[in-house]
Design a protein around this ligand. Structure first.
Ligand code: SAM
Length: 288
């Protein structure tokens, strides 16, 4: 198998020019051109020759080449059909890679894991298109796809939001959702000059290692996430008012006040002060 050869500006420009590739802003196309960052991602993802890896958005195949060398099998899903002939060329030496021209949000990933990994948990690695980071990650978790870990490049601010706790401005529904399903760890911060073209924002590589068991228990996971979303939809309101105003919930004012009091929270408490365990307790109180 050929060693990866695309991860620098010169090679990337050569490929783009050969195919007269035009960047599509709507697909969040910022290609990696830094071998150190690529090495860091592959190391953090902890890939072995036993692994089946799903790559979301291979671009011209830069990271795919690294993944192909490290993994048993790589499955890369790319939405932009203009990139498919390029990928056929840049990945022609890598017999363990399959490229699918599709929107990742439409792919049945559970079926992929069944067909290619005997239903065992898979590793996901990607330099994500930033416009759909949250739907992709939440889709992977909430769809109960067998996932071992997700190692991804995201906007720096989004990586921060995923790993903070209560009492910080970045804390919100995404922090709680990610931490319910996984252990987040920021691997590296990555400046704009590591990409072509340069994004306007800073980026970070984050690894989300799926919990074997959820860190809190609740009798109704779906209700807990409705409560979480409602609490952060109106950050400045009290928890009681946010829950009362939510179109997703239909509790009376009294039921809300009683549940908040039964959990031992202060009357004027805001959602942003509650931990994941607090939301689980509140959910169970509503279900009583
Ligand atoms: N992995 C490459 C790299 O690191 O150089 C490219 C990363 S670029 C940030 C994101 C890639 O995701 C682009 O190739 C883009 O076309 C692709 N993409 C965007 N939306 C997608 C979607 N819904 N499904 C699959 N791929 C998508």
């Amino acid at each position: 198998m050929t060693a990866p050869y695309l991860g620098n500006p010169k090679r990337t420009i050569e490929v783009l020019q050969k195919y007269e590739f035009v960047f599509q802003k709507k697909f969040g196309q910022n290609f990696l051109i830094d071998t150190h960052v690529l090495d860091k991602i592959i190391n953090a993802a902890d890939i072995t020759k036993d692994d089946f890896v799903l790559e979301i958005g291979p671009g011209i195949g830069t990271m795919t080449q690294y993944l192909a060398c490290a993994a048993r099998e790589v499955y890369a899903v790319e939405i932009d059909k203009a990139l498919i002939p390029i990928l056929e060329d840049t990945l022609s030496d890598y017999s363990n890679v399959t490229v699918l021209n599709e929107d990742i949000l439409k792919v049945d990933i559970r079926k992929l894991a069944e067909e290619h990994n005997q239903g065992k948990p898979i590793k996901v690695v990607a330099n994500l298109p930033y416009y759909i980071t949250t739907p992709i990650i939440m889709g992977l978790f909430e769809g109960h796809v067998p996932i071992e870990s997700i190692t991804v490049m995201v906007q720096k601010e989004v990586a921060d939001r995923m790993q903070v706790g209560p009492g910080t401005k970045d804390y919100g529904a995404l922090s709680l959702a990610v931490q319910y399903y996984a252990e987040p760890y920021i691997v590296a911060n990555v400046p704009p000059n590591c990409f072509m073209p340069r994004p306007k924002v800073g980026s970070a590589v984050i690894r989300l290692t799926r919990h074997k068991e959820a860190p809190v228990k609740t009798v109704d996971e779906k209700l807990m996430f409705r409560l979480i979303r409602a609490s952060f939809n109106q950050r400045r309101k009290t928890l009681a008012n946010s829950l009362k105003n939510s179109p997703e919930l239909s509790f009376t004012k009294e039921e809300i006040q009683d549940a908040i009091a039964a959990c031992g929270f202060k009357e004027g408490v805001r959602g942003e002060a509650l931990t994941l365990a607090d939301f689980a307790a509140l959910t169970d109180e509503f279900k009583k």
